[in-house]
Design a protein around this ligand. Structure first.
Ligand SMILES: NC(=O)C1=CN([C@@H]2O[C@H](COP(=O)(O)OP(=O)(O)OC[C@H]3O[C@@H](n4cnc5c(N)ncnc54)[C@H](O)[C@@H]3O)[C@@H](O)[C@H]2O)[C@@H](O)CC1
Ligand SMILES: [K+]
Length: 511
């Protein structure tokens, strides 16, 4: 499913009107109706509820005025409060103001007909607050009376439904512009916007419903919209097929270069994860004691263990030899950092032309030598978490969190694919970007990233390009964590490995 910026949405609105002759007034009517229908499906009998509709003077407020009018069909318990200036209303918002008045709807202007204290009482007393204060037209920080109203709603409302997006969110980043509504339900139009899927916006959105308001499909499916949410259907259509007449070589050989004396477990988790997604042959090159631990845990691994504590350039000839019959390399988990390991990693990146997934200390070891990426002869995927990405781009962590533009720019500049791990994971090759929303806090645990890197390697070995392997891997990794049926957070990373088959089965289920 595609996901939009404010600018893209406005452009779609414009084309809907100009090219397809569907006026903003028609869209506004359908937007308002879709919110009421969503309310009905959540709350069932609307005649038994009371509604306080808060409207700004923009078109988001216009949607709110439609909602109020349609709610009057169900109950008299509807009051509309405008937080704004009637003279600034667009023609379609003003038309809906008049329609609501005409059917006898009660409309009050804050600070004229109603004080803030009186509004506090109403927010406390009404069952549902409709937030139609600000939508995609927000500019700058929310201050003054509007900020106070948002505080009141967040403090006292029982159930909040946001129209299009929680008021106060930056549509393109999901950041709070001073103050933002915390919604229980958000009904958006046409397609999701980035603020619905990026934190903190994702949390403030509550349940998200995407309503069809009659925007022509051709506009919503346009190839120029390059940002997508990873869905089950996308993963299913991308996964490798299993063929009856096949052998272990049919499913690709993965070479995992991972582990050190201090971090043997990372090598084991990465290697087993590559098998779990269906790869036919996984070779692990590591340092002692990871080789023995790996074989005890999973005898089907093909393991080569160096006698030393960590990788050094002296390991290169052996690694090149093993790499000869591999299809993809996963480099990095548990390597540790040292001058010699850095030299080993840099040489490997320059000389090995296989598709390569670089994770963890693989990334830390190249942070001061990013130009090495220009010398890569094969496709490259980097899988940093926020801290690692901050190190790569030399910015504070706060500046890189959920910063998809930065992920896109970085990927384009270095000719790589980047997967930025987080509660929403961002994957981009600089042209197309994918957002994975699956997963939960069980994944906030040592070793979870190692499993992801191994899964992506295992999928790439079966023929997926690195971008598809990355978004499929991220989705399945998140889904596997969601399938743990004991208390969230208590899962061991080794148990995550055992849930991968369940996740793959779930994706392949019809319906
Ligand atoms: N254009 C269209 O065809 C459609 C638009 N729709 C609705 O229209 C919304 C967009 O409408 P608008 O572009 O009028 O914008 P908004 O209604 O989101 O808000 C813009 C208004 O809010 C004020 N404002 C902006 N930033 C503010 C701030 N920080 N503090 C205080 N006031 C601020 C401005 O004075 C402006 O008048 C969408 O979110 C959606 O709800 C829907 O009706 C569907 C169709
Ligand atoms: K809103």
């Amino acid at each position: 499913m595609k996901v939009l910026t404010a600018h893209q949405m406005k452009e779609i609105d414009r084309l809907t009107s100009e090219r397809f002759l569907i006026s903003p007034e028609i869209l506004m009517e359908r937007a308002g109706l879709s919110v009421v229908l969503a309310l009905q499906s959540e709350l069932k009998d609307l005649s038994k509820k009371s509604f306080l509709v808060l409207c700004g003077h923009g078109n988001n407020g216009g949607d709110g005025l439609v909602v109020a009018r349609i709610l009057h069909q169900y109950t008299d318990e509807v009051v509309t409060v405008v937080v704004g200036d009637k003279t600034k209303m667009s023609s379609e918002t003003l038309a809906n103001f008049k329609r609501l008045k005409a059917i006898g709807g009660i409309i009050k202007f804050l600070n004229e007909d109603l004080s803030l204290d009186e509004l506090v009482q109403m927010v406390k007393n009404y069952d549902v607050v409709i937030d139609a204060l600000l939508g995609i037209g927000i500019k700058g920080s929310v201050q003054g009376i509007l900020a106070q109203v948002i505080d009141v709603v967040n403090l006292y409302a029982r159930y909040v439904v946001s129209v299009d997006l929680p008021s106060g969110l930056d549509t393109d980043t999901g950041k709070v512009l001073g103050k933002a509504i915390k919604a229980d339900l958000t009904v958006t139009f046409g397609l999701p916007k980035l603020c619905h899927i990026l934190f903190p916006g994702r949390e403030l959105t509550g349940i998200l419903k995407v309503a069809d308001i009659g925007i022509p499909k051709i506009l919503l499916n346009a190839d120029e919209i390059k940002r997508n949410i990873v869905t089950k259907d996308l993963v299913l259509s991308s996964l490798p097929k299993r063929i009856k007449d096949s052998h272990k070589g049919s499913y690709g050989k993965v070479l995992v270069i991972a582990g050190s004396k201090n971090y043997p477990g990372a090598a084991v988790l990465t290697s087993i994860a590559a098998y779990r997604v269906g790869s036919g042959y996984v070779q692990l090159v590591t340092c002692k004691p990871a080789d023995e631990i790996a074989l005890v845990r999973e005898p089907s691994l093909i393991v080569r263990g160096f006698e030393q504590e960590f990788f050094t350039p002296s390991c290169l000839p052996t690694v090149f030899e093993v790499a000869k019959n591999s299809k993809v390399v996963v480099l990095g988990p548990g390597l540790t950092q040292s001058d010699q390991t850095r030299e080993f990693v840099l040489q490997l990146l320059k000389e090995l032309d296989l598709p390569m997934i670089i994770d963890a200390d693989g990334l830390n070891n190249i942070a001061e030598n990013l130009d090495v990426l220009f010398q890569r002869k094969g496709p490259t995927l980097l899988t940093p978490h926020f801290g690692e990405f901050a190190r790569l781009v030399k910015l504070p962590i706060e500046a890189v969190k959920y910063n998809y533009s930065l992920v896109e720019e970085f990927s384009k500049k270095y000719g790589v694919i980047t997967l930025l791990k987080g509660a929403t994971t961002i994957i981009s090759n600089g042209e197309s970007t994918y957002f994975n929303l699956m997963g939960n806090t069980s994944l906030a645990k040592a070793g979870s990233g190692d499993v992801l890197a191994g899964m992506i390697g295992g999928l790439a070995a079966q023929g997926l390009d690195l971008l598809s392997a990355a978004f499929c891997g991220a989705y399945l990794h998140g889904l596997a964590a969601e399938m743990y049926n004991l208390k969230e957070g208590t899962m061991l990373t080794s148990e995550l490995l055992d849930l991968i088959p369940k996740a793959m089965e779930e994706v392949c289920k019809v319906g």
